[in-house]
Design a protein around this ligand. Structure first.
Ligand SMILES: [Zn+2]
Length: 185
């Protein structure tokens, strides 16, 4: 199960700027959980660590923090896809680099193919975030240098997101009839 979960979160690599921070940790330390690009060459295993920490932070007032990037890079939504058994996930063959440099072939049972509605640059105006905010999701932003930081409560995002997916299994897909991926589901 652990392997499946981690494998399904391969897109963590794409949005490596997302971090989880402890909301009420004793030492105030910020734990960066999703930086696979910077953990060495074996990013697949690094991604699995990210997924494990993602689950752990759910129960510890974790937050998802976007620093200098848009919420369209929210890989946690793929975690919701995996958790809800989304039908549009499919198997993929990957090469995993071992510490000694050898490549191992493995199958990811639920990989993350295709397009999503929340990939749009104005993701806040997309289906998922619009409905999530209507149901109480708080999205806080603050200026940070020349850019901005955006914060969401992980537990809130998980609970609201899972309910939204249950009500509308296509909520994370776009409605463009010309979209070669989303129109298949
Ligand atoms: Zn689409």
């Amino acid at each position: 199960m652990k392997r499946v979960l981690g494998a399904a979160l391969v897109l963590l690599v794409v949005c490596s700027v997302s971090v989880f921070a402890r909301g009420s940790s004793d030492d105030g330390a910020i734990k960066i959980a999703m930086m696979p690009k910077f953990k060495g060459e074996n990013y697949f295993d690094a991604v699995k660590i990210g997924a494990e920490e993602c689950v752990a932070e759910l129960n510890k007032n974790g937050k998802v923090v976007f620093i200098g990037c848009e919420i369209s890079a929210n890989t946690f939504l793929h975690f919701l896809e995996d958790s809800s058994g989304a039908k549009f996930l499919s198997a993929a063959i990957v090469k995993i680099k071992e510490p000694d440099g050898r490549l191992r072939t493995e199958m990811i049972p639920r990989h993350l193919p295709g397009h999503r509605d929340f990939y749009r640059r104005d993701a806040l105006n997309g289906k998922f975030y619009q409905r999530a905010v209507e149901r109480g999701l708080e999205i806080r932003t603050a200026a940070l240098g020349a850019g901005k930081a955006t914060v969401m409560e992980l537990r809130q995002l998980y609970d609201i997101g899972m309910r939204l997916i249950k009500d509308d299994p296509r909520i994370l897909l776009c409605d463009d009839p010309d979209c070669q991926f989303c129109s298949k589901f």
